[in-house]
Design a protein around this ligand. Structure first.
Ligand code: SAH
Length: 429
């Protein structure tokens, strides 16, 4: 028989219970606080009391008996704790309590206990208790830490459990979640928790496999946009198909994670999807992510704002076109003394260079392109606007890539393409 089998895990209701604690040092005080938090009526016997206990006593939260333990003090007790530094005294308390069939706990002495205190993780609506029978406190602590680290996931599961109980016709929920720029370490804790307990994941092609693999193996994975297409380029039909799939899965009672690269509300159609879900009466929640501008700026050490160089940052869609096929962006209205972060611009980089020149951005304005930011294949190329289309072409920049324009771009310590090309020129390449 496993030595743990003899312990029946129970949760003892101490509300209004009369509890005797012998000892009021650090260990005793911890137990006293836990008991008071549960609403127990606590009597403390000790020769000396910790300041916390003195304060509690002055407030009338507990009764104190100054002096030595006497078995008569057990008369009313429903539970007893011994937590003095005196092992012989602790043993006496235990023997006297057991003689009276009162459950007793002796700190750090499992053999003198009739009940043990587990390592505890508490949430608002749950308590997890872990014990190794007092034999491996380090192991219990490690498990507690594990649970602490998975708190977000636990709360998601609890939420689902509650819903299951409350609603007979199961209703699911859609979480519109930002996956960040690609590195799984840049997911939020909330995103990770949701992903780990998802029933279905509807994702963009830009979300890498390492992130998708965090969802349970049995979760359905659905991707609508084709690889090689920049998110946002998809036809209206595709967006409709995504809307339909999310609604259908949620109506099946599933927890659906709509996973988008970066942040769902930055060039991610998160707003359209939220509108649609709300029209269909499907509960949803939006979980932010690190948008490409921020992830790539950090990866290439480009400050988005910088004292004396840039006091604004503007997120711009490089590919958006108006009805006539021109750019939908009013380039001339963009601040020239700030940083521009231009998304989805790779396919139109020559046109963007013209747009910027037309908007009177100076030819020597620095730029930096970050391709595959925050991923192992990351590349950064830098230069000045007059060389933008040549450099982008020469270095074969491909999607996904983001273009930073502004004096901050020159602060990146990464590769300076104009130096490289000068070198090539010097070598006659
Ligand atoms: N919602 C996303 C943007 C989607 S639009 C976000 O908040 O980041 C897709 C564009 O984002 C790409 O064309 C590219 O400009 C940019 N992008 C996304 N991931 C990127 C990455 N890892 N490196 C560079 N740019 C990226």
């Amino acid at each position: 028989m496993s030595p743990m089998r003899r312990y029946l895990p129970v949760f003892h209701d101490v509300l209004g219970a009369s509890v005797l604690v012998v000892g009021a040092g650090a260990v005793g005080t911890r137990k006293i606080e836990a008991l008071l938090a549960g609403g127990a009526r606590v009597t403390v016997v000790a020769k000396e009391f910790s300041p916390a206990v003195v304060e509690r006593s002055a407030r009338g939260d507990l009764a104190v008996l100054r002096g030595t333990f006497h078995p008569d003090q057990l008369e009313d007790a429903e539970l007893v704790f011994a937590a003095t530094p005196d092992r012989a005294l602790n043993r006496r308390v235990s023997v006297e309590a057991r003689r009276r069939r009162i459950p007793v706990n002796v700190a750090d002495s499992p053999e003198e206990c009739t009940f043990l205190l587990p390592a505890v993780v508490r949430g608002e609506e749950f308590t997890a208790a872990i014990s190794t029978g007092g034999r491996y406190p380090g192991a219990a602590k490690a498990m507690r830490e594990f649970l602490e680290a998975h708190r977000a996931e636990i709360s998601v599961r609890l939420e689902r459990g509650r819903r299951r109980k409350r609603i007979t016709a199961k209703q699911g929920k859609v979480y519109i979640v930002g996956a960040g720029p690609g590195d799984p370490d840049l997911l939020t804790v909330r995103a990770l928790g949701l992903l780990r307990s998802a029933d279905a994941v509807v994702h963009d092609y830009l979300v890498p496999a390492e992130i998708l693999s965090l969802a349970p193996a049995k979760a359905a994975r659905i991707c609508f946009a084709r690889r090689g297409k920049t998110a946002g380029h998809g036809a209206v039909m595709k967006q409709n198909a995504i809307h339909k799939a999310m609604v259908r899965l949620a109506r099946e009672g599933k927890s659906v994670v709509r996973l988008k690269s970066g942040d769902p509300l930055v060039f991610g159609r998160g707003g359209e999807e939220a509108e649609h879900l709300s029209r269909e009466g499907i509960p949803f929640e939006i979980v932010p992510g690190i948008t490409a501008a921020m992830g790539c700026a950090a990866a290439a050490a480009i400050p988005l704002t910088h004292r004396g160089r840039s006091s604004s940052v503007t997120f711009v869609a490089g590919h958006e076109t108006d009805e006539k096929g021109g750019s939908a962006v009013a380039w001339s209205l963009l601040p020239k003394d700030g940083t521009l972060a231009i998304y989805m611009g790779v396919g139109r980089v020559a046109a963007i260079a013209d747009d910027l020149a037309g908007a009177e951005f100076l030819p020597d304005t620095p730029f930096a392109i970050v391709e595959n930011g925050n991923r192992p294949e990351q590349r950064v190329v830098r230069g000045i606007l007059s060389d933008l289309s040549r450099i982008a072409l020469d270095s074969g920049i491909r999607s996904p890539a983001i273009l930073f324009v502004g004096r901050t771009a020159a602060l990146s310590p990464y590769q300076r393409t104009e130096e490289t090309s000068d070198e090539f020129a010097a070598q006659g390449v």
